[in-house]
Design a protein around this ligand. Sequence first.
Ligand SMILES: CC(C)(COP(=O)(O)OP(=O)(O)OC[C@H]1O[C@@H](n2cnc3c(N)ncnc32)[C@H](O)[C@@H]1OP(=O)(O)O)[C@@H](O)C(=O)NCCC(=O)NCCS
Length: 173
Amino acid sequence: MTIALRRVTADDWERWRSVRLAALAEAPAAFGSTLDDWADAPEHRWRARLSIPGALDLLAYEGPAAVGMASGVPGDEPGTVELISMWVDPAHRGRGVATDLIGAVAQWAREYGAQSLDLSVMPDNDAARRTYERNGFVAADEPGDALPDGRHEVVMRRALTAERGHQQEAGTP
Ligand SMILES: CC(C)(COP(=O)(O)OP(=O)(O)OC[C@H]1O[C@@H](n2cnc3c(N)ncnc32)[C@H](O)[C@@H]1OP(=O)(O)O)[C@@H](O)C(=O)NCCC(=O)NCCS
């Protein structure tokens, strides 16, 4: 079946909440946020999360079921977008749902004028790191946020300028 990506807004908070809570319950080690922190969050917190200025929040659907999610938010550095909240339902993994989501966020980030798409991933999250590598991300030469056990998150980066140049080149007669 085909995967359809839909952009959501604050008004879709209940739909987004159910997917995000499923993600935090299923893969707690993958995220900085916790299920405890969000399980009873009031409507205004969900709406605020879905109202980050300049952000893109996507849900992936297979038929009527939401099977994945990802967001792009403006990064700390100018010209960067950060990929966050990436999750795919375990029953739908290994079939390119994350790849579709990453592609859509990268395309949107390019249109937004970003030069790079960045993300942070837990150092032992091999499945995610492999997925990101297959999608053009390279581990950056800088440590991510410190973890309680003394390790650091891994920062990965996908350059978007080269892709833009490449596309322009390809379009030049
Ligand atoms: C990481 C995660 C998002 C990947 O989602 P996914 O939809 O399974 O990813 P993809 O299908 O795009 O790629 C994963 C694998 O499927 C393969 N694949 C199979 N069919 C594919 C297709 N049609 N298109 C692309 N990839 C395909 C990929 O090559 C890749 O293989 P690998 O395991 O050898 O690397 C998912 O495992 C997940 O939600 N994990 C828990 C949460 C998490 O870790 N989030 C990241 C936080 S930083």
